[in-house]
Write a protein that binds this ligand. Structure first.
Ligand SMILES: Cc1cc2nc3c(=O)[nH]c(=O)nc-3n(C[C@H](O)[C@H](O)[C@H](O)COP(=O)(O)O)c2cc1C
Length: 185
């Protein structure tokens, strides 16, 4: 991509969060300016320090959101980001966005007018196939949000048969992010 973009990576609380530093590193290697936000649940799966090192900057969290810094972080992030990429996206985070909740920094940023949103879901195949998730994905798509994945394969959990629910590959996520940016420039 010719001109680098400002990308906010939102990390939510799924097992695949351990893969997000790889996505962030690839985006930065491609010249993009990356900031990262994470939910409280994300830190159950990936240390904040690991995300901060991959990003090369402190992480935006629900704690920094309430720091009394005089900044309204969800508004400044929504204005700053050319693309909000949620990777991994939990079923929960998509549900919150689809019903318009803003009770954490990432969903509030989406609600505060994020221009371009790309979801990279990762979850158990049954969660992905559930009518609730299907309806939420349809709602988000109807607003112009994009999706990359989930992919088919074996899950990190105890499933013995492959299913659809794995986080898309790093390269696929980066390609989808760059396409979302170039389509909207
Ligand atoms: C061990 C464990 C693994 C989980 N893995 C996933 C997952 O891969 N995808 C998902 O959508 N939810 C998963 N969840 C459920 C989410 O962590 C839960 O819905 C949480 O509220 C998500 O919060 P967030 O969307 O604010 O990050 C998992 C929960 C646990 C305890």
């Amino acid at each position: 991509m010719e001109t680098p973009a400002k990308i906010l990576v939102g990390v939510t609380g799924g097992i695949a969060a351990y893969k997000t530093p790889g996505v962030i590193r690839r985006l930065r290697e491609s010249g993009h300016e990356v900031r990262t936000a994470a939910t409280e649940a994300a830190f159950r799966f990936i240390p904040e320090e690991t995300l901060a090192i991959a990003t090369g900057a402190p992480i935006h969290t629900d704690e920094t959101w309430w720091e009394h810094s005089g900044r309204v972080e969800h508004v400044t992030l929504a204005r700053w980001a050319e693309l909000v990429l949620i990777a991994p996206a939990t079923a929960d985070s998509m549900a919150r966005a689809a019903i318009g909740l803003g009770d954490d920094l990432i969903s509030a940023t989406i609600l505060a007018g994020a221009k371009n949103v790309l979801w990279a879901p990762a979850m158990n195949p049954e969660m992905w196939k559930s009518p609730a998730t299907e309806r939420n994905v349809e709602t988000l798509q109807s607003w112009g949000h994009r999706f990359v994945g989930p992919a088919e394969g074996f899950m990190a959990s105890t499933e013995e048969v492959p299913g659809v629910g794995r986080l898309a590959d790093e390269a696929e996520i980066v390609a989808a992010a760059e396409k979302a940016i170039s389509d909207t420039r």
